[in-house]
Design a protein. Structure first.
Length: 74
């Protein structure tokens, strides 16, 4: 499992505001990005995104992951 790739997909979703926009930015399908987010959430055991039919935003755990990533670059 490519954890860094999964995290990158998550960051792109948050930056772009949608799975579809993140998919276009990465040149992959929306289904692939959605699966990446699901795999990362399963691996970490937490929900990272709040999803509704009209919006998407990082949950508390997602915001923590974003902050830690910003302060601890690979």
């Amino acid at each position: 499992m490519d954890i860094l790739g999964l995290i990158n997909a998550f960051i792109r979703v948050v930056e772009t505001g949608s799975i579809a926009a993140a998919a276009r930015a990465q040149g992959v399908s929306a289904a692939a990005v959605s699966q990446s987010i699901n795999r990362l959430e399963t691996h970490l055991g937490v929900r990272l995104l709040s999803r509704t039919t009209r919006s998407m935003a990082a949950d508390r755990a997602g915001r923590t992951l974003l902050r830690k990533g910003a302060t601890h670059p690979p």
